[in-house]
Design a binder for this molecule. Structure first.
Ligand code: FAD
Length: 168
């Protein structure tokens, strides 16, 4: 925290990577103030495992609400393949060798579960806990994984992920 330069530490890299992975597995809820100040969540564009993105008009507040689910309840064959490959690549290329080697073993003992959004987010939580346990860290309650990582609201948290809020 508050660090602005210098090499990235193992801890910073780990937090950033877990944030990326849990956000990928999360279900996101974004609410936009108006059409012109929209798409603070557009970082979640084509590259994301986008299942659903639709607009609801809240007539009273003149608000647009957008729901985006990255890893869907019913992933396609390609999406399943992508997630498995992403994990395999991480276990080979993760830029902390000790962590990558450890992650290879963790993956061997816990093959990636990619059947649905719930399966993947629970698998990821469990796998993160395997790493937590080996480092003597607190075990995270996986029934709370959606509360911790999902249903972000743009005004509060999803925009922070982008670094700035968008003003038009
Ligand atoms: P982190 O473990 O980085 O977690 C970030 C946040 O995620 C937490 O604050 C918490 O809110 C939430 N969280 C915690 N557990 C869970 C969970 N189970 N499910 C959902 N959310 C959760 N470090 C090593 O020293 N040796 C290693 O071998 C090693 N291997 C790693 C392998 C991988 C693939 C990754 C991504 C990281 C690895 N790390 C390793 C780094 C380590 O896991 C931590 O990221 C680092 O120590 C910083 O820990 P932290 O306490 O800030 O929280």
């Amino acid at each position: 925290k508050g660090k602005s330069s210098g090499p990235t530490t193992k801890e910073e890299l780990g937090r950033a990577t877990w944030t990326f992975l849990h956000t990928l597995a999360a279900q996101v809820f974004c609410s936009y103030a108006s059409l012109v100040s929209n798409f603070c969540c557009s970082i979640m564009g084509d590259w994301a495992l986008l299942n659903r993105s639709f607009l609801d008009k809240d007539v009273n507040n003149l608000q647009l609400v957008v729901y985006v689910q990255f890893y869907p309840d019913k992933p396609t064959r390609q999406q399943k393949k992508d997630v498995k490959e992403l994990m395999a690549i991480l276990s080979r290329m993760y830029p902390c060798k000790e962590c990558a080697d450890h992650f290879k073993e963790v993956l061997r003992a816990n093959p990636v579960q990619v059947g649905s959004h719930d399966e993947f987010s629970q698998w990821l939580c469990h796998t993160h806990n395997v790493v937590n346990r080996s480092l003597g860290k607190v075990i995270f309650p996986c029934e709370r994984v959606d509360a911790r990582w999902g249903k972000l609201e743009c005004e509060q948290r999803a925009c922070d992920l982008q670094g700035t809020s968008m003003d038009f």
